[in-house]
Design a protein around this ligand. Structure first.
Ligand SMILES: C[S@@+](CC[C@H](N)C(=O)[O-])C[C@H]1O[C@@H](n2cnc3c(N)ncnc32)[C@H](O)[C@@H]1O
Length: 260
């Protein structure tokens, strides 16, 4: 979703989470239990939304209407929404994570009679989403650990991953896939790349947004581990103001039934 002009680099890539987990497993002896607990606590706190990520949510609160009137009206992704809509049936339930102002859910609702549950941390974005989809249920929650005791016919994470680091992405996808009914669908979009930057946006005036770029292969691997089969992929090139091309990726996947 190439709408950003980079201003400076702020962070490097995270270490893979597996390292800390295996440290924890290695600390199995009783006298190591305190160390193990500490590692588990550290891993859990890394899953929390950080202060700098909260600033981005605040920036979304401040620019929610601007976002909805500009990015929220783009039609670039409609082909991918149509593909998903064709897979859905009237009465299906949708979990829209990082729903923002509800653009994707609204589009799908116009194609099929679907039941929408939306999740976002920006109350201002949620207000707009609720106005657009009065029958929807919306929660102010983090998409990393959204709790649910039901499963859905589709989980959507439309440009939510650009606000999560690698470990949070892994956690978010692990949780999201749990909430998909077997043989049903996930829709994910993100910006391809390797770094993480604080950027100005075309809709956010002077506010700073912390944006994480993710490698296609990393997301492909995570989906594979989670038993999700990618059934459709879109790549959209976008020409930046400086002439460079950035790439948005959309995956539509199907959760495979785990036999046995
Ligand atoms: C680019 S908007 C995407 C909106 C919509 N899905 C779309 O594609 O048009 C990103 C949204 O992610 C939300 N967000 C960022 N980090 C989040 C988190 N950890 N938990 C919940 N929402 C988050 C922001 O508040 C913002 O509304």
């Amino acid at each position: 979703m190439a709408r950003f002009a980079s201003i400076r680099d702020v962070c490097s890539n995270d270490r893979p989470m597996g390292k800390q987990i295996s440290l924890c497993a290695a600390a199995g002896a009783e006298n190591d239990s305190a160390r193990c607990a500490l590692i588990v606590r550290n891993v859990l706190s890394e899953m929390k939304v950080t202060e700098i990520q909260w600033k981005t949510i605040e920036a979304y609160n401040k620019s929610a209407y601007q976002f909805d009137n500009t990015i929220g009206k783009l039609t670039n992704y409609n082909t991918s929404y149509d593909y998903l809509a064709d897979l859905l049936e009237d009465g299906d339930s949708i979990l829209d994570l990082a729903c923002g102002s509800g653009q994707i859910s609204k589009y799908l609702s116009e194609r099929k009679h679907v039941l929408i549950t939306g999740v976002d941390l920006s109350q201002e974005m949620l207000k707009i989403a609720q106005q657009k989809i009065p029958t929807g249920t919306f929660y102010k929650e983090s998409i990393i650990h959204f709790p649910s005791n039901t499963q859905f016919h589709a989980v959507i994470i439309g440009f939510g991953l650009p606000y999560l680091n690698r470990k949070q992405v892994r956690e978010c996808l692990r949780n999201s896939v749990k909430y998909i009914l077997n043989e049903k669908y996930i829709y994910i979009s993100f910006m391809e790349g390797v770094d993480c930057r604080i950027e100005k946006t075309s809709f956010g005036g002077d506010y700073d947004f912390l944006i994480y770029y993710h490698q296609r292969e990393y997301i492909v691997q995570l989906l594979k581990e989670l038993n999700v089969h990618i059934i459709k992929e879109y790549e959209l090139d976008y020409k930046e103001e400086d002439g460079s091309i950035s790439k948005d990726i959309v995956f539509i996947g199907k959760k495979r039934e785990i036999s046995g």
